[in-house]
Design a protein around this ligand. Sequence first.
Ligand code: KG4
Ligand code: ZN
Length: 354
Amino acid sequence: MRVLGIETSCDETGVAVYDSTEGLLADRLFSQVDIHARFGGVVPELASRDHIRKALPLIHEVLQAANTPLSAIEGIAYTAGPGLVGALLVGASIGRALGMSLGIPTIGVHHMEGHLLAPMLETHPPEFPFVALLVSGGHTQLVLVDGIGRYTLLGESLDDAAGEAFDKVGKMLGLEYPGGPRVAALALEGTPGLYKFPRPMTNRPGLDFSFSGLKTFVRNTLADAAEAVAPEPVSRQAKADIAFAFEDAVVQTFIIKCRRALQQTGMKILVIAGGVSANLALRAGLQTMVEKERAQLFYAQPRFCTDNGAMIAYAGCQRLVAGESDSLALDVKPRWPLASLPPLGQSTSHPSAT
Ligand code: KG4
Ligand code: ZN
């Protein structure tokens, strides 16, 4: 089955054509980062309007690149949630309208299921079951994955998501939005061992996370550094040292919790997905940990870690091939727990089927 995927849940318009036998044929992405950067974060109304502007031209482009006329598309997958409601409605409306006009099935995909399955697009995909660490701008979750739609939540962030913490620390350090990749780049210039930041919630049992205390620690350290050099501004080196200590604290926290999750579940495969899984320090730290645990680490190539259309086309294709599809009601879900998804082929709790 050849599926067109459409992702519009936040600030990236992503489209892709995925074929169940031939694999990923083409994908295209337009990032709205420049539109939102001057506001220091995503402005929902601007996001929706730009998805409207970009979605159709990108769909034309990706169909051409996939050498696939619209008439050869057999199913459509769009992100139905979680995300910004106006942004989600753009992709959902286009997806459903195209599906109806072509007389083909459509399906609303869970954005985090898309992220979770993105490593399946790689040449050596992980095999079920595994433990997944989902780390994006909106979510931080450890999930036991027994198969598609068979998810058990093991732990999650009680406050900020990891990506959100990176972005807020980026703002404190005077870096542009989104801060994550910029904090990571600045951290490369930092001096290891100069600061030791707390590893939140690691000295008590459980698999939940909390990043707001760490964020406050960064703010206080930065304020102390500023006071020490006033009236001069904090140097780039001092900022880099703080960025390093912050990133290291996040990475060490994930190493401790992921090791605990592998040990508790007896799993030997760890999958990381979502925007923060593009972080090289995190990948390196987890790689060393899994080797000691005689386990394996899997992740997607960087462009499929952050939001993209390919992961939605892939996830939707799996569910469409299993016979799932939308009912007539058009529905998007700004909030949508991952663990509430039905196992593959059982679409009863699908948002548009309720
Ligand atoms: O998955 P994603 O593209 O969007 C959401 O679903 O939220 O994740 C975006 C998040 C942002 O917070 C961004 O700063 C973070 O992922 N991010 C990174 C890196 N690349 C993206 N954080 C740390 N290091 C990176 N290299
Ligand atoms: Zn995402």
